[in-house]
Design a protein around this ligand. Sequence first.
Ligand code: DMJ
Length: 585
Amino acid sequence: MQQQTQPVTVGSENDAREHLKRPKNQGGMTPAKGETSTKLKSLSRKPPVSYEATEERLAGGRAQEDLTLPRSKTESASAKATSSDHGANSDTFNYNKFRGCLLKPPLGRDNGKPSDPKTNERREKVKEMMKFAWDNYKRYAWGKNELRPLTRNGHIGNMFGGLRGASIIDSLDTLYIMGLMEEYNDAKEWVQTSLDLNSNGEASLFEVNIRYVGGLLSAYYLTGEELYKSKVMELGEKLLPAFNTPTGIPRGVINLGSGTSWSWGWASAGSSILAEFGTLHLEFVHLSELSRNPIYTEKVMNIRKLLNKIEKPHGLYPNFLSPVSGNWVQHHVSIGGLGDSFYEYLIKSYLMSDKTDGNAKTMYYGALEAIEANLVQKSPGGLTYMAEWRGGILDHKMGHLACFSGGMIGIGADDGAPEKRQHYLDLAAEITHTCHESYTRSATKLGPEAFRFDGGGEATATRLSDRYYILRPEVIESYMYMWRLTHDPKYREWGWEAVEALEQHCRVESGFSGIRDVYTMTASHDNMQQSFFLSETLKYLYLLFSDDDLLPLEDWVFNTEAHPLPIIRKSCLQDEATQDKTVSE
Ligand code: DMJ
């Protein structure tokens, strides 16, 4: 999720997300009075829950009551658990058994090394970029959230409350899969000694979830290090108070210390954002898996249930919803900022459930049909794009963020109606092509934050405020998926074009920086090396130049920050006969 286009400004304001945060008494943040004033101390111990069982509970009369318990009731219901075990059941998660349920070794036969020398050389180049980005972060910004590569210092920002080390958490899995083990060990040691979750600051529930929860989960699943598991359990518990609203739809901002939550000041009428509360499912289901506590799955299934039931204009999901009334607050629909990863998490929830979560599948294809009917457009020049929808009026603009949708539609192509498979693959390829065009039509060969299809141009930014590029991954992400799905060599070529452009325009002496205008060759750098550059952009490039057996899609789905999470094979995990076999790599 990203707030929509924002002007790029100097220093700490250069990530649009900086604008999401407001001090709590300014800009109309809505306190969840009395609902989240004390921290949830502990969680109840319950047996693991299946999708079917959760759906059943939610359909029953008791369900809503259970899920919207006032704080005091929730606490007394869980009084038996101790706070030190973070709700973990004594029936603990068996890592070896989990590894035995994977179809393939996570890192492939030879860490995904491609046999073709040219591709391998490109892969090595991406690894070098990661090392360069990491080394500079380590040297100038260690322990801070992000590196400011021009001024050579750290950036903290205000998206993560008092949490620190966002670039470290976001890099763990990338370093690990690239075999940068010295760097990975430094990162792990930092988590062990310095990751302090007892922070009191106000954080974005969404950002903490996708980066910290997602990063720690994938580090655990890849390495089996208990450290990551206990940290992520502790953090997951701190996020739960955000759900204490009349509907169970969480608010966007949470104080990780007190558990108090607010809506973003800029979100109209105290609403919650679709891409925020709709981008929790993958991580929360895994929190339930690891803790053997169904509460996390229940929280996100409750969101799902409300969204499924509520009336949708033309079948579309608007971006703002009231956590109090459960009604839409505005009719702005976007597959880019504010909406994007909600759709991504529907299809990925289905895939991550080993294709048992039929409700996610139905909602995904329903949403996609509505998107196709109302948002997908063809330009006079033959480019397919996703417009935005404002109460029935089309805005012929596509954000860089919306470019993830090529990959999403691609990975979902196999599971819709069989006769639509080719149609979805074609649509995925067309969208990815359009996003590539937004890159090729700029002087730098990097794409703008948003491009338009009106005012005479196609796939180009027409507003000065849309011309920036902040090292975002979405276009490269779609190249990676389309490569895996089609093996059309053009996707690797397009990825390489992006590497060259990043090297030429974003690499500076002490790291990588975003640029303010992709249409001019005299670069003006924004002085920010975003943590998602290490987590997503470089990881997707590395995967693009690797063999498909590195993090095979048969076993893994990537969260929206590119942290790989394993497909949950309930039947295998629950099969008593499954032996504790560790897969050797
Ligand atoms: C990332 O944090 C995630 O991909 C999120 O879904 C929105 N976009 C940024 C990177 O652009």
